[in-house]
Design a binder for this molecule. Structure first.
Ligand code: ATR
Length: 272
């Protein structure tokens, strides 16, 4: 459920998974206007739907209609996955767990120094999840520094985690001491693939993990810079995949067919 529902890759990913497991399930887009959100959640519950993904602009507003919210999602204050369980509506944030899993494919978050660019919904999900997972320090830099400050203060209030924050002028100094860089901004997203990246190769060091949440194109301008610097690029497709994999497990209780879901995503992205 979202509004407006643009071109989403989730139906392709989940329907490929259902087909491969021979499950008689289907994932369909529901464009739901904000004023209809309550009715939509009640209707889905009444209809016996197993679950939904929730996206912009409902990720926060839907909390009001949830009976049970998963711990990290409650701290973040936003969910992207609902599970209808015998009339109980349970909310999860698999963006957060997806971000963590994408990073843990190549590194260990515990004890790491993390730099996050952007302070919107995705930054918020990643920041809370990585703080909970034991990142040693987190710096949040944003175009609008005030929003970075609000996020840092919220983390201090809810987790007792003191994150640093500021504007993009602090990028140069902050990248040097980072183990993990996460760009949550839309810079470099199709069709603006030739945007100037927020961080160039000259600021990166060997072994720095560079996670760009943009997945179209798969090899963004930031990830190309990471390759030039012998840093470790992590495509946004990894987080997209893992947020879906986790949602699939929540809805079905089954082991998601990871390869099938990944192939489905890559097929569409390579075609576009
Ligand atoms: P999401 O849900 O994907 O996190 P969002 O909440 O709209 O999306 O957040 C986008 C983030 O990218 C914001 O931090 C935004 O900065 P502002 O808070 O100043 O708006 C940042 N952003 C958007 N466009 C950007 C650009 N062209 N350059 C740098 N940062 C940008």
């Amino acid at each position: 459920m979202g509004h407006p529902l643009g071109h989403s890759l989730s139906p392709i990913m989940h329907n490929a998974a259902f087909r491969s497991l021979g499950m008689d399930w289907i994932y369909v887009p529901f464009p739901v206007k904000p004023e209809n959100l309550k009715a939509a959640v009640e209707g889905l519950r009444a209809l016996g739907v197993e679950g939904v993904n929730v996206t912009i602009p409902h990720k926060e507003a839907v909390l009001e209609y949830i009976d049970d919210i998963h711990g990290t999602a409650a701290l973040i204050g936003a969910v992207n996955t609902l599970k209808f369980d015998d009339g109980t509506v349970r909310g999860y944030n698999t963006d957060a767990s997806g971000c963590l899993r994408a990073l843990e494919e190549v590194t260990s978050v515990e004890g790491s120094s993390v730099l996050i660019l952007g302070a919107g919904g995705a930054a918020r999900a990643c920041a809370f999840q990585l703080a909970e997972k034991g990142a040693s320090d987190i710096t949040i830099l944003n175009r609008t520094p005030e929003k970075a400050r609000l996020l840092a203060e919220d983390m201090a209030d809810k987790l007792g985690f003191e994150a640093s924050y500021g504007g993009y002028e602090l990028i140069q100094g902050s990248v040097k001491s980072a183990d993990i860089l996460i760009d949550t901004t839309p810079v470099g997203m199709h069709p603006h693939t030739d945007d100037r990246p927020l961080v160039g190769a000259e600021l990166m060091h060997e072994g720095l993990v560079v996670h760009d949440l943009v997945y179209n194109p798969q090899r963004t301008v930031l990830l190309r810079e990471a390759e030039r610097a012998s840093a470790i690029p992590v495509s946004g497709i990894r987080m997209l995949l893992y947020q879906g994999v986790e949602a699939f497990r929540i809805w079905t209780g089954r082991d998601p067919p990871l390869d099938v879901m990944e192939d489905a995503l890559k097929r569409v992205l390579n075609r576009d």
